[in-house]
Structure formats: C-alpha cells, structure tokens
Design a protein around this ligand. Sequence first.
Ligand code: SAH
Ligand code: SF4
Length: 428
Amino acid sequence: MNVHDSEKVVGTLMARGYTQVETPEDAQLVLYNTCSIRDKAEQKVFNRLRQFQRRAGKGKIFGVLGCVAQQEGEEIFRRAPHVSLVAGSASYTKLGEMLAEIESGNRRVTGLSLSTDETFDTPFTHRDNPHRASITIIEGCDKQCAYCVVPFTRGPERSRTSASVMDEARGLAERGSTEIQLLGQNVNSYRDPSPAGWDFAALLARVAEVPGIRRVRYTTSHPRDFTRSIVDAMDSNPAICDHVHLPVQSGSTKVLAGMDRLYTRDDYMRRIEWLKTARRNYSITTDIIVGFPGETEEDFEQTLGLLDEVQYDSLFSFKYSPRPNTAALAMGGRVADEEKQRRLVIVQEKQRAIQIRRNAMLIGGIREVLVEGRNPALGQWIGRTSDNRTLNFTVADSNGHDLVGQYLQVRVTRSGPNSLVGESVSVV
Ligand code: SAH
Ligand code: SF4
C-alpha cells in the first residue's frame, strides 16, 4: 500500500513538472514515505533524516509523508528543523496545493487533517511496472484492533465509487496491464458509495471481467467481513487469482477478544472451511502476532495448533509491538521481549516445515506464471503463479526475447520453503 501511495505522490509531482532523479543526492526535493505499523518507526525516520542531511542535505527541501508524519505531526519540525512538509496519506488530495506553498517559499507546510471524507483518487499515478498495477479501492479503517495504529494514522474508512475503480481498471488494461491488485487496509469491507451500491464481491467479479485483465488479486481481507459471496465470485471467475490472504493474528479466542478482532477461532475456521470446500483450490496465507499482552503459553499453543489445522502456504509473523494511542498500551500481562522472540522463532520454524512439505507436493505439476524478471547469475527467469508463489525457471531457448510480462506454462522440478524451480514448457 505504501509503495502504491508513493506511485500516486510521484505521479502528482510529475504532473506539476517535477522529474525523478536516480539518487537522493541528485534531488532538490526529498520526500520520505513512512510506515509506523511496528517498531520504532519514528526513531528510524529521524535517524535517516539526520544522517542524510549531514551527508548530502545542503540546499534540499525535505518532507515526511505517511503514517509517521500523521502520528508525529508538527513535532517533526521541532526534532528535524530542516523538514518543510509533514503530510499524512489522508491529506494527499491536497498535495498539489501543499507543493505550491513550498514552491512559493513557505518553510512549514502541514497536511494532518483526518476529517477528510475523500480518498486520494488521482489521475496522475506514476506506475513503473507496465504489467502489474495496484488500485486502491478503500482507504482507512473503521475497526479498532487493540494493538493497531492504522485507524489513527490513516483515518476512517472511505470507499471509492465503483465507477471510478472500473474506469481506472479499464484504463490500465488499455495501456497493457494484465494483472490488477485491489488494495485496502480491509479491502473486503469495500462498500460502493454510489447508488450502484456494489459490495466487494461484486466489484471483484466486475474487475475480473475487464477485457485484457488476466489476473486480479486483492489484499488485505479482514476475516469478519470475508463473506461466502467472495468465495463464490472467486469460484466463478478464473481471472481472480487462487490466493487469499486472511490474517488471523492468533489461534486463541481469548487473545482475539483482547485484540478486539471481532471474530472467534471458530468464526475464522468457518471461513477457512468455505475456502477448502470451494470449487477451486485456494492458497491461504496469514499474519500472526506473538506476545500480545496476556498471551499465555497455552494461548500460544493454540496458535501453533491453528497452523497445523489450516496448513498455510505462507505467513508473516510479528512480535507484538506497542504503538502510540492504542488500547493495548494500558493492558496488563506484558510478555517479555525474549519470550516474544522465542515464540516468533517457534512459529517461523513450524511454518517453514509446513511450506517445505506443501511446496514439495507441487513437483511435477505445470503452473502458469507471469514473468516478472530475470536472474542472470542463475540463468533463470522469475515468475509468479496465480497462487502467489515465486517460480524461478529456465527456458530452453528464449531466442534473445525479453519474456517479462508474458504468461508461460512451467513444469515444477524442485521446491524449497519459499519458492519453486522449474522449466518452461511453453514455446517462446
Ligand atoms: N487490516 C489488516 C492488517 C493490516 S496491518 C487486518 O486487519 O488484517 C498488517 C499486519 O501487521 C497485521 O495483520 C498484524 O499482523 C501486524 N501488526 C499490526 N499492528 C501490529 C503491532 N502493533 N504489533 C505487531 N504486529 C502488528
Ligand atoms: Fe489495524 Fe485492525 Fe484496522 Fe487491520 S482491521 S488495519 S489490524 S485496526
């Protein structure tokens, strides 16, 4: 999401006549887009700003964008007086005006309002990748998970109209993109604000029907809003990729209640059951937090049990990280950092074994990949399967063709915990 936000910011700047340069040293305007979901993100930003200014910052204009900007606000001017612009993502609609103020010499410009009901819907997005493109369909979050800073940094939920999403999807297809990723903090909480009133399943199905679009992905889904109609839409539209990222966070209903996740373990497992009994095969991935306040050894074991039960194809795991303003800050039952680290390693080792086993089962099969790049050192092309696996492969004779952006059939010959290796069976 942050990468895509940067694409919008770059596009907006270019529309105002700015040009991109290769290195920060060559720039006159340097904008840091930041994330504050975990760890001491604010500390890192201040360190980077200080180091860069000392090394090469003379005469440059600095700005801080994104969640650290929203969270720290004008404090940034105090701690880093060389910064001229501080703006959170909910204010990017006003980026043009803010830049105009900077151009006219204003040394302190802020965009920190969260009261906006607009989405940052810009015609100027600058996308480097001509084949795969992201579209934000919903911004912000109305949930209040006890550990999470997002509602404070990205503001309330705002959905774009279905017409504007469809226009963007058609435009991308006309310019040659074949894969579209729909984005939102809780992408499946999408609700069309126009009279058409589409829900997420309807939008997903319509985007998948846009001529020229061969793959549609979406991330991230909140389990509470993951409906059966989404599975039905996926079953009926082969262009919707066979991958669902469904963050569970914990396998313990008690911890889930403490987190205010709005579902129990059973509610979550019901959704997994829908996916496992669906007409198509879906790859399921998740996010896990270990060491949330009050998480006992028994709670943790329930998370491990859930991993055995679901058999995820991949997961992101994190140590609970206290975040400003969040409800969990005031909770008792803190878990020591060494214990969080121990639990994290156990989760990762368990998942690694699951992935080794699951990936090995794919050897011998043929998969379609979208070619994303080339690894000349290994003589391999880098492909991605519909279910979001990396499949690196060789081509008997590519005749010197650049295969990036093509769809090829590849036979899987080897597997590891995080990727597959194969050889192309398509004639290129
Ligand atoms: N909206 C999505 C998640 C977005 S944040 C959802 O609700 O599922 C991405 C992931 O970061 C979360 O799924 C969670 O696992 C992790 N995360 C968020 N806040 C965190 C915190 N304070 N400490 C550790 N991990 C956190
Ligand atoms: Fe954060 Fe919860 Fe909203 Fe996800 S649903 S962004 S974890 S508050």
